[in-house]
Design a binder for this molecule. Structure first.
Ligand SMILES: [Zn+2]
Length: 484
């Protein structure tokens, strides 16, 4: 890649989370359904069947466009994209071409170099999904359950310059889709599919090189890997003076290489024309503004709130805004704990609490109700005032998680409170010194480090519940008395 720059744009197909399909009343939740059970004359493409647009899908697409900072077109229409393929019974897909629902906007990503930059967006439009082809050894089967499921196609500008940046873009997009509740964003289920446009040019060149499209990348790692491999291949061809022909390629996960599929159709080949069975889509300006007003605070704004109001680092803010439920939880816990405790509270959430949540992935966002935010704030306060050591508090948190009890109650009931009384520790220290005459003699002989061993024995004897500072003080005094 020496002397070359890679230029990447991404088209994503996003399955919109609706109950019914884009143009008929069939159920859209096809995952796990018996093949060809969610079908009707409309989504089977039978002659004479008429489409009716899904209002919830249009609303979700408008919400997404607004959240991305795009401009919503108040008057638009659907078009037929004509092509013949077995998964498209009608012989065309209802899509949008000339007048997409939304244009412009952008998505902020943090690149691998830690620098924030905005990837511009070209358009967002609505369309319907195709049926699914299932290739069996001797035949190909068709499942129409997916046919007609609502999709948003989101097309970026060619603003990315590496596989890592492309990956960061896809991650940020998925986070936003989930944040808005408009899609599951699950790449493994095909609810978020990426087609990557890639070209290379010599550093300093401003004209774009011939682009290659790599279709249907179904994981972040595949997108990054395919871009890195293809960039090397194209740079090698350019270096050798070979001609790059615009074409579509696939990604082979097993060999981690791209392979030729077909030369690219031009838009003309699709013979787009306005869908005659649907009237133009006219959106009321007041309705659009109501959707804008109803947008939740978005990840970037929530990160800024955590760094500015709560004095957390960029990294802490990023971790605590990984999804909307976590962000809401974190702010509730920070408010309950009050100023001054924000770092500690952030640490309890991103460390021990995430570990407990990760161990039970089936809970999903439900983990936030296992330990209420104010209960976590109480636990942090008990550590801050010295009632509990950190290690004991971790155990207390596990118990809070599994029983729903509060920290103070568990601490009081289970003899878990930190032992910080010097009388209680004095007795333990005397026992430890009596049991280990050799280290005591070493210390008296001038070997300072022997006291660390003795302190460790004190901590062990108390099951880690001794206040370490008090224990050290009591130990030092006891040893000093022996010297005297
Ligand atoms: Zn249907």
């Amino acid at each position: 890649m020496e002397g070359f720059e890679v230029v990447v744009g991404i088209e994503t197909h996003v399955q919109i989370l609706t109950r019914s399909k884009m143009f008929c009343g069939c159920g859209a939740d096809f995952a796990g359904a018996e093949p060809n059970t969610l079908v009707c004359p409309v989504c089977l493409g039978l002659p004479g069947a008429l489409p009716t647009p899904n209002a919830a899908a249009i609303a979700a697409a408008v919400t997404t466009g607004l959240a991305l900072g795009g401009e919503i077109r108040p008057r638009t229409w659907f078009e037929r994209k004509n092509y013949h393929y077995p998964d498209l019974a009608k012989g065309y897909q209802i899509s949008q071409y000339e007048a997409p629902l939304c244009t412009g906007g952008g998505l902020e990503v943090v690149g691998a170099d830690g620098v924030r930059r905005t990837v511009g967006l070209e358009r967002l439009h609505l369309e319907e999904d195709t049926a699914k082809l299932i290739h069996a050894p001797s035949e190909t089967l068709l499942d129409f359950n997916r046919s007609g499921v609502p999709l948003m196609e989101i097309v970026s500008q060619p603003d990315m310059r590496s596989g890592d940046e492309a990956r960061a873009y896809l991650e940020a997009l998925r986070q936003l889709l989930r944040w808005l509740g408009v899609s599951t964003g699950n790449m493994e289920d095909g609810a978020l599919r990426a087609d990557v446009n890639i070209s290379v040019r010599r550093v300093g060149e401003t004209r774009l090189g011939t682009k290659i499209e790599i279709k249907n990348l179904n994981s972040f790692a595949a997108a990054k890997g395919a871009i890195e491999h293809e960039a090397e291949r194209l740079a090698g061809m350019a270096e050798r003076g070979e001609t790059i022909v615009q074409s579509t390629r696939g990604w082979d996960e097993r060999t981690r290489t791209t392979f030729a599929q077909r030369t690219k159709e031009a838009a003309d080949d699709y013979r787009y024309f306005p869908e005659p069975d649907l009237p133009p889509l006219v959106l009321d300006a007041g309705w659009i503004e109501a959707r804008r007003a109803a947008l939740p605070a978005l990840p970037a704004a929530r990160r800024a709130d955590l760094t500015e109001r709560w004095q957390l680092s960029d990294d802490e803010a990023r971790v605590l805004t990984r999804d909307r439920a976590t962000a809401d939880y974190a702010v509730a816990a920070l408010v309950a704990a009050g100023p001054g405790a924000s770092r500690a509270v952030a640490g309890w959430i991103s460390g021990p609490l995430f570990a407990l949540a990760n161990a039970e992935p089936a809970l999903g966002e439900g983990w936030t109700s296992k330990v209420p935010p104010n209960a976590l704030a109480e636990l942090a306060a008990l550590v801050a005032d010295g009632t509990l050591t950190r290690s004991v508090a971790r155990d207390v948190l596990s118990e809070m998680w599994s029983t729903g009890r509060r920290a103070a109650e568990i601490a009081a009931g289970g003899a878990r409170t930190q032992i910080s009384g010097s009388d209680a520790l004095g007795a333990v220290v005397d026992e430890v010194l009596a049991a280990h005459p050799k280290p005591v003699a070493d210390w008296l002989g001038g070997k300072e480090s022997a006291s660390a061993f003795l302190l460790g024995q004190v901590m062990r004897a108390t099951g880690g519940q001794a206040n370490a500072a008090v224990a050290r003080d009591v130990l030092d005094k006891a040893l000093a008395r022996r010297r005297a």
